[in-house]
Design a protein around this ligand. Structure first.
Ligand code: PBG
Length: 329
Protein backbone atom coordinates (compact mmCIF):
# COMPACT_ATOMS: atom_id res chain seq x y z
CA UNK A 1 0.00 0.00 0.00
CA UNK A 2 1.32 3.40 -0.94
CA UNK A 3 0.36 5.97 1.59
CA UNK A 4 -0.23 9.42 0.14
CA UNK A 5 0.87 12.44 2.03
CA UNK A 6 -2.15 14.70 1.96
CA UNK A 7 -1.80 18.04 3.63
CA UNK A 8 -3.43 21.39 3.06
CA UNK A 9 -0.13 22.96 4.16
CA UNK A 10 0.62 25.70 6.65
CA UNK A 11 -1.15 27.43 8.39
CA UNK A 12 -4.02 24.88 8.29
CA UNK A 13 -1.51 22.09 8.86
CA UNK A 14 0.58 22.43 11.99
CA UNK A 15 2.46 19.25 12.80
CA UNK A 16 3.42 20.68 16.17
CA UNK A 17 -0.22 20.15 17.33
CA UNK A 18 0.52 16.47 17.89
CA UNK A 19 3.77 17.20 19.70
CA UNK A 20 2.53 19.66 22.30
CA UNK A 21 2.62 17.45 25.37
CA UNK A 22 3.86 14.05 26.49
CA UNK A 23 0.40 12.46 26.55
CA UNK A 24 -0.33 13.38 22.93
CA UNK A 25 3.14 12.37 21.82
CA UNK A 26 2.63 9.02 23.52
CA UNK A 27 -0.73 8.58 21.81
CA UNK A 28 0.66 9.05 18.32
CA UNK A 29 4.01 7.35 18.82
CA UNK A 30 4.60 4.80 16.06
CA UNK A 31 7.18 2.48 17.63
CA UNK A 32 7.02 0.36 20.75
CA UNK A 33 10.00 -1.05 22.61
CA UNK A 34 9.78 -3.61 25.35
CA UNK A 35 11.96 -6.08 27.27
CA UNK A 36 10.38 -8.82 25.20
CA UNK A 37 12.08 -7.45 22.08
CA UNK A 38 15.53 -8.23 23.44
CA UNK A 39 17.99 -11.12 23.23
CA UNK A 40 20.82 -10.77 25.73
CA UNK A 41 24.37 -11.95 24.80
CA UNK A 42 26.29 -13.81 27.51
CA UNK A 43 29.93 -14.99 27.43
CA UNK A 44 30.69 -18.36 29.04
CA UNK A 45 34.23 -19.33 30.09
CA UNK A 46 35.69 -22.45 31.73
CA UNK A 47 36.37 -22.54 35.46
CA UNK A 48 34.49 -21.70 38.62
CA UNK A 49 33.51 -18.38 40.18
CA UNK A 50 34.79 -16.44 37.20
CA UNK A 51 33.29 -13.00 36.74
CA UNK A 52 35.70 -10.92 34.74
CA UNK A 53 34.57 -7.59 33.36
CA UNK A 54 35.46 -6.94 29.75
CA UNK A 55 37.66 -3.88 29.63
CA UNK A 56 36.07 -2.34 26.56
CA UNK A 57 32.51 -3.31 27.56
CA UNK A 58 31.71 -1.98 31.03
CA UNK A 59 28.91 -4.01 32.65
CA UNK A 60 29.55 -7.09 30.49
CA UNK A 61 31.47 -10.06 31.88
CA UNK A 62 33.14 -13.32 31.01
CA UNK A 63 31.33 -15.75 33.31
CA UNK A 64 31.88 -19.32 34.40
CA UNK A 65 28.85 -21.53 33.98
CA UNK A 66 27.25 -21.03 37.42
CA UNK A 67 27.56 -17.25 36.97
CA UNK A 68 26.12 -17.52 33.47
CA UNK A 69 23.03 -18.92 35.15
CA UNK A 70 22.83 -15.97 37.56
CA UNK A 71 23.14 -13.52 34.67
CA UNK A 72 20.39 -15.37 32.78
CA UNK A 73 18.13 -15.31 35.84
CA UNK A 74 18.64 -11.55 36.17
CA UNK A 75 17.73 -10.96 32.55
CA UNK A 76 14.74 -13.28 32.71
CA UNK A 77 13.40 -11.54 35.82
CA UNK A 78 13.54 -8.25 33.95
CA UNK A 79 11.33 -9.71 31.24
CA UNK A 80 13.99 -10.53 28.65
CA UNK A 81 12.77 -13.74 26.99
CA UNK A 82 16.00 -14.97 25.40
CA UNK A 83 19.79 -15.09 25.70
CA UNK A 84 22.43 -15.82 23.09
CA UNK A 85 25.49 -17.68 24.35
CA UNK A 86 29.11 -17.35 23.26
CA UNK A 87 31.78 -19.69 24.55
CA UNK A 88 35.49 -19.35 25.15
CA UNK A 89 37.18 -22.77 25.31
CA UNK A 90 39.84 -24.11 27.64
CA UNK A 91 42.15 -24.85 24.67
CA UNK A 92 42.02 -23.60 21.13
CA UNK A 93 43.17 -25.76 18.23
CA UNK A 94 43.26 -25.66 14.47
CA UNK A 95 39.85 -27.31 14.11
CA UNK A 96 38.10 -25.69 17.06
CA UNK A 97 37.35 -29.09 18.64
CA UNK A 98 35.87 -27.71 21.84
CA UNK A 99 33.10 -26.13 19.80
CA UNK A 100 31.56 -29.56 19.34
CA UNK A 101 32.74 -31.31 22.53
CA UNK A 102 29.98 -32.87 24.63
CA UNK A 103 31.35 -31.23 27.76
CA UNK A 104 32.31 -27.93 26.11
CA UNK A 105 31.54 -24.75 27.99
CA UNK A 106 28.48 -23.92 25.89
CA UNK A 107 27.09 -27.42 26.17
CA UNK A 108 27.44 -27.22 29.97
CA UNK A 109 25.90 -23.77 30.14
CA UNK A 110 22.93 -24.74 27.96
CA UNK A 111 22.18 -27.83 30.05
CA UNK A 112 22.29 -25.86 33.29
CA UNK A 113 20.13 -22.99 32.04
CA UNK A 114 17.51 -25.27 30.52
CA UNK A 115 17.34 -27.25 33.77
CA UNK A 116 16.96 -24.20 36.02
CA UNK A 117 15.04 -21.75 33.81
CA UNK A 118 13.28 -23.90 31.22
CA UNK A 119 11.13 -20.97 30.03
CA UNK A 120 14.15 -18.88 28.99
CA UNK A 121 14.94 -19.27 25.29
CA UNK A 122 18.57 -20.23 24.80
CA UNK A 123 20.06 -19.29 21.44
CA UNK A 124 23.60 -20.50 20.72
CA UNK A 125 26.03 -18.76 18.39
CA UNK A 126 27.47 -21.36 16.05
CA UNK A 127 30.91 -20.33 14.83
CA UNK A 128 34.48 -21.56 15.10
CA UNK A 129 36.43 -18.33 15.61
CA UNK A 130 36.32 -18.45 19.41
CA UNK A 131 37.61 -22.02 19.31
CA UNK A 132 40.32 -21.99 16.66
CA UNK A 133 43.98 -21.22 17.38
CA UNK A 134 44.14 -19.01 14.26
CA UNK A 135 40.93 -17.15 15.17
CA UNK A 136 39.25 -17.64 11.80
CA UNK A 137 35.68 -18.87 11.45
CA UNK A 138 36.62 -22.04 9.60
CA UNK A 139 39.18 -24.61 8.54
CA UNK A 140 42.39 -23.13 7.11
CA UNK A 141 43.85 -24.70 4.01
CA UNK A 142 46.64 -23.12 1.99
CA UNK A 143 46.29 -19.96 4.00
CA UNK A 144 42.56 -19.51 3.29
CA UNK A 145 39.31 -20.55 4.93
CA UNK A 146 37.98 -23.64 3.14
CA UNK A 147 34.23 -23.33 2.82
CA UNK A 148 33.05 -26.91 2.45
CA UNK A 149 35.35 -28.45 5.05
CA UNK A 150 34.14 -25.79 7.48
CA UNK A 151 30.53 -26.83 6.87
CA UNK A 152 31.18 -30.28 8.29
CA UNK A 153 32.44 -28.82 11.56
CA UNK A 154 29.61 -26.30 11.80
CA UNK A 155 27.09 -29.13 11.45
CA UNK A 156 28.81 -31.01 14.29
CA UNK A 157 28.75 -27.87 16.44
CA UNK A 158 25.07 -27.20 15.72
CA UNK A 159 24.03 -30.79 16.47
CA UNK A 160 26.09 -30.71 19.66
CA UNK A 161 24.34 -27.51 20.81
CA UNK A 162 20.93 -28.93 19.97
CA UNK A 163 21.75 -32.15 21.86
CA UNK A 164 22.63 -30.08 24.91
CA UNK A 165 19.18 -28.51 24.68
CA UNK A 166 19.65 -25.25 22.76
CA UNK A 167 16.30 -23.82 21.64
CA UNK A 168 17.60 -21.94 18.60
CA UNK A 169 20.78 -22.39 16.56
CA UNK A 170 22.38 -19.19 15.23
CA UNK A 171 25.19 -19.70 12.71
CA UNK A 172 27.39 -16.59 12.43
CA UNK A 173 30.28 -17.82 10.30
CA UNK A 174 29.11 -16.58 6.83
CA UNK A 175 30.20 -19.70 4.92
CA UNK A 176 28.17 -20.44 1.79
CA UNK A 177 25.64 -23.23 2.17
CA UNK A 178 25.83 -23.43 5.95
CA UNK A 179 22.12 -23.07 6.59
CA UNK A 180 21.27 -25.95 4.26
CA UNK A 181 24.02 -28.14 5.72
CA UNK A 182 23.01 -27.38 9.31
CA UNK A 183 19.30 -27.91 8.58
CA UNK A 184 20.07 -31.30 7.08
CA UNK A 185 22.37 -32.23 9.98
CA UNK A 186 19.79 -31.25 12.56
CA UNK A 187 17.03 -33.12 10.76
CA UNK A 188 18.85 -36.43 10.45
CA UNK A 189 19.64 -36.22 14.16
CA UNK A 190 15.95 -35.76 15.05
CA UNK A 191 16.20 -32.03 15.71
CA UNK A 192 13.76 -31.14 12.94
CA UNK A 193 11.93 -28.86 15.41
CA UNK A 194 15.01 -26.79 16.30
CA UNK A 195 14.81 -23.42 14.52
CA UNK A 196 17.74 -21.71 12.81
CA UNK A 197 18.33 -17.99 13.23
CA UNK A 198 20.67 -17.15 10.37
CA UNK A 199 23.18 -14.33 10.66
CA UNK A 200 22.32 -13.76 7.00
CA UNK A 201 23.68 -10.31 6.34
CA UNK A 202 26.75 -10.12 8.52
CA UNK A 203 29.23 -7.45 7.54
CA UNK A 204 32.95 -7.36 8.05
CA UNK A 205 32.89 -4.60 10.62
CA UNK A 206 35.21 -2.66 12.91
CA UNK A 207 32.31 -2.49 15.34
CA UNK A 208 33.15 -6.06 16.45
CA UNK A 209 36.39 -4.90 18.11
CA UNK A 210 35.27 -5.10 21.75
CA UNK A 211 33.57 -8.48 21.17
CA UNK A 212 36.86 -9.91 20.03
CA UNK A 213 38.36 -8.91 23.36
CA UNK A 214 35.39 -10.52 25.13
CA UNK A 215 35.46 -13.72 23.08
CA UNK A 216 39.25 -13.74 22.58
CA UNK A 217 38.54 -14.36 18.91
CA UNK A 218 40.66 -11.93 16.87
CA UNK A 219 42.01 -13.49 13.67
CA UNK A 220 45.74 -14.18 14.10
CA UNK A 221 46.43 -13.32 10.46
CA UNK A 222 44.50 -11.38 7.85
CA UNK A 223 40.87 -10.38 8.35
CA UNK A 224 37.38 -11.75 7.75
CA UNK A 225 36.73 -9.97 4.47
CA UNK A 226 36.77 -13.17 2.40
CA UNK A 227 33.63 -14.41 4.16
CA UNK A 228 31.89 -11.49 5.90
CA UNK A 229 30.21 -8.88 3.71
CA UNK A 230 31.64 -5.66 2.31
CA UNK A 231 29.97 -2.69 3.96
CA UNK A 232 29.62 -0.91 0.64
CA UNK A 233 27.00 -3.45 -0.47
CA UNK A 234 23.26 -3.45 0.15
CA UNK A 235 21.82 -5.51 -2.73
CA UNK A 236 24.13 -8.35 -1.81
CA UNK A 237 22.53 -8.51 1.63
CA UNK A 238 19.22 -9.37 -0.03
CA UNK A 239 20.90 -12.18 -1.98
CA UNK A 240 22.39 -13.56 1.24
CA UNK A 241 19.02 -13.45 2.98
CA UNK A 242 17.23 -15.00 0.01
CA UNK A 243 19.66 -17.93 -0.10
CA UNK A 244 19.44 -18.52 3.65
CA UNK A 245 15.65 -18.64 3.46
CA UNK A 246 15.81 -21.07 0.54
CA UNK A 247 18.17 -23.24 2.56
CA UNK A 248 15.76 -23.34 5.51
CA UNK A 249 16.39 -20.37 7.81
CA UNK A 250 13.49 -19.76 10.22
CA UNK A 251 14.64 -16.30 11.23
CA UNK A 252 17.06 -13.90 9.60
CA UNK A 253 19.48 -11.34 10.99
CA UNK A 254 21.24 -8.15 10.00
CA UNK A 255 24.47 -7.33 11.79
CA UNK A 256 25.69 -4.79 12.89
CA UNK A 257 22.56 -2.68 13.38
CA UNK A 258 23.32 1.00 13.65
CA UNK A 259 25.26 1.64 10.46
CA UNK A 260 22.96 -0.82 8.69
CA UNK A 261 19.48 0.51 9.38
CA UNK A 262 18.89 0.69 5.63
CA UNK A 263 19.63 -3.04 5.35
CA UNK A 264 17.23 -3.79 8.23
CA UNK A 265 14.55 -1.77 6.50
CA UNK A 266 14.94 -3.46 3.13
CA UNK A 267 15.13 -6.91 4.76
CA UNK A 268 11.81 -6.16 6.46
CA UNK A 269 10.25 -4.88 3.25
CA UNK A 270 11.44 -7.79 1.10
CA UNK A 271 11.06 -10.85 3.32
CA UNK A 272 8.40 -12.02 5.75
CA UNK A 273 10.47 -13.99 8.25
CA UNK A 274 11.06 -12.80 11.81
CA UNK A 275 13.95 -10.35 11.60
CA UNK A 276 16.65 -9.88 14.23
CA UNK A 277 19.20 -7.07 14.33
CA UNK A 278 22.44 -7.29 16.28
CA UNK A 279 23.33 -4.11 18.15
CA UNK A 280 26.99 -5.12 18.35
CA UNK A 281 29.77 -4.61 20.86
CA UNK A 282 31.30 -1.47 19.32
CA UNK A 283 27.89 0.19 19.23
CA UNK A 284 27.58 -0.53 22.95
CA UNK A 285 31.11 0.53 23.87
CA UNK A 286 30.89 3.87 22.05
CA UNK A 287 27.84 4.86 24.07
CA UNK A 288 29.45 3.72 27.32
CA UNK A 289 32.69 5.57 26.63
CA UNK A 290 31.07 8.83 25.62
CA UNK A 291 28.65 8.67 28.55
CA UNK A 292 31.50 8.08 30.98
CA UNK A 293 33.18 11.24 29.73
CA UNK A 294 29.91 13.11 30.19
CA UNK A 295 29.71 13.85 26.48
CA UNK A 296 26.28 12.25 25.99
CA UNK A 297 23.46 11.03 28.20
CA UNK A 298 24.05 7.26 28.16
CA UNK A 299 20.49 6.15 29.00
CA UNK A 300 18.79 8.46 26.53
CA UNK A 301 21.24 7.62 23.77
CA UNK A 302 20.78 3.91 24.42
CA UNK A 303 17.00 4.16 24.10
CA UNK A 304 17.21 6.33 20.99
CA UNK A 305 19.45 3.73 19.34
CA UNK A 306 17.23 0.79 20.32
CA UNK A 307 14.07 2.56 19.15
CA UNK A 308 15.74 3.40 15.85
CA UNK A 309 16.58 -0.27 15.25
CA UNK A 310 12.99 -1.23 16.01
CA UNK A 311 11.64 1.60 13.84
CA UNK A 312 13.80 0.42 10.93
CA UNK A 313 11.96 -2.91 11.07
CA UNK A 314 13.71 -5.30 13.46
CA UNK A 315 11.36 -7.67 15.27
CA UNK A 316 13.98 -8.48 17.88
CA UNK A 317 17.23 -6.88 18.96
CA UNK A 318 20.30 -8.69 20.21
CA UNK A 319 21.82 -6.16 22.59
CA UNK A 320 24.23 -5.83 25.50
CA UNK A 321 21.84 -3.12 26.73
CA UNK A 322 19.03 -5.65 27.26
CA UNK A 323 19.05 -5.53 31.06
CA UNK A 324 19.62 -1.78 31.40
CA UNK A 325 17.03 -0.89 28.81
CA UNK A 326 14.45 -3.26 30.32
CA UNK A 327 14.81 -1.46 33.63
CA UNK A 328 13.86 1.82 31.98
CA UNK A 329 11.03 0.62 29.73
C1 PBG B 1 31.47 -14.83 15.74
C2 PBG B 1 30.78 -13.58 16.11
C3 PBG B 1 31.24 -12.26 16.15
C4 PBG B 1 30.22 -11.48 16.71
C5 PBG B 1 29.15 -12.34 16.95
N1 PBG B 1 29.51 -13.63 16.55
C6 PBG B 1 32.57 -11.67 15.86
C7 PBG B 1 33.15 -11.68 14.53
O1 PBG B 1 32.55 -12.10 13.54
O2 PBG B 1 34.30 -11.26 14.47
C8 PBG B 1 30.29 -10.01 17.00
C9 PBG B 1 29.33 -9.51 18.01
C10 PBG B 1 29.62 -8.17 18.57
O3 PBG B 1 30.51 -7.43 18.13
O4 PBG B 1 28.92 -7.81 19.52
N2 PBG B 1 31.82 -14.94 14.41
Amino acid sequence: MNKKIISPGFPVSRLRRLRQNAAIREMVSETTLNAKDFIYPVFAVPGKKVKKEINSMPGIFQLSVENVLVECEDAYKLGVPAVILFGIPEHKDEYGSEAYADNGVIQQAVKLIKKEIPELIVVTDVCLCEYTSHGHCGVIENGAVNNDKTLELLVKEAVSHASAGADIIAPSDMMDGRIGAIRKGLDINNFEDTPIMAYSAKYSSSFYGPFREAAESSPQFGDRKSYQMDFRNGEEALREIYLDIKEGADMIMVKPALSYLDIIKSAKENFNLPLAAYNVSGEYSMVKAAAKKGWIDGDKTMLEILYSIKRAGADMIITYFAKEASLLL
